[in-house]
Write a protein that binds this ligand. Structure first.
Ligand code: PRP
Ligand code: MN
Ligand code: MG
Length: 181
């Protein structure tokens, strides 16, 4: 077996630290949405892990839908080009929508997504991300729930990929240099 964790150089967050933070965020969501039935919108593919864990940590009823948006391609740098690959199945007009992301890096994906979703006139629109990089702040997207602010390094795990792999690494870490070559 080629062990995934053998490719990790530095662990930024352990699975336990991620799950503990997630429980805190879930408590906030439970109290903020006490009187509504939020629609969680996960951004494929990176958000699958946080959606699965967040939704199960909630006590409130919720529904889920998915959008596929891509800005990265296969490299480690954002291309800056945002495309909708799959739209929602749900009409969000009048709904309380919570967008769920794994990471906000430059913020380009989210600023595009937020203006797109706002035009569909939801009752409310908030954002949760498990991780956020400092550059995201330049794109002035208002994020209500942030798991961890992290340094500007290329990281993988908990949904975040390098060339499609490492999403199933359960912590968050940097890759050994030899993995890229
Ligand atoms: C990653 C990540 C976010 C986005 C953040 O997705 O999951 O959705 O990039 O980057 P930004 O803030 O610079 O726009 P990616 O486009 O790699 O697609 P994926 O979720 O399928 O990996
Ligand atoms: Mn993504
Ligand atoms: Mg990606």
């Amino acid at each position: 077996i080629s062990d995934i964790s053998g490719d990790i150089e530095h662990v930024l967050y352990t699975p336990e630290q991620i799950q503990e933070r997630l429980r805190e965020l879930a408590e906030q969501v439970d109290s903020d949405y006490a009187d509504s039935d939020p629609l969680l919108v996960g951004v494929l593919t990176g958000a699958v892990m946080v959606m699965a864990d967040l939704s199960r940590a909630l006590r409130t009823h919720c529904t889920m839908d998915w959008m596929a948006i891509s800005s990265y391609g296969s490299g480690t740098q954002s291309s800056g080009v945002v495309r909708i690959l799959k739209d929602l199945n749900t009409d969000i007009s009048g709904r309380d929508v919570l967008v769920v992301e794994d990471i906000i890096d430059t913020g380009l994906t989210l600023s595009y997504l937020v203006s797109n979703l706002r035009s569909r006139e939801p009752n409310s629109l908030e954002i949760m991300t498990m991780f956020r990089k400092p550059e995201a702040l330049q794109n002035s997207v208002d994020v209500k729930y942030v798991g961890f602010d992290i340094p500007n390094e290329f990281v993988v795990g908990y949904g975040l990929d390098y060339d499609g792999r490492y999403r199933n690494y359960t912590g968050l870490g940097t890759l050994k240099p030899e993995v890229y070559s």
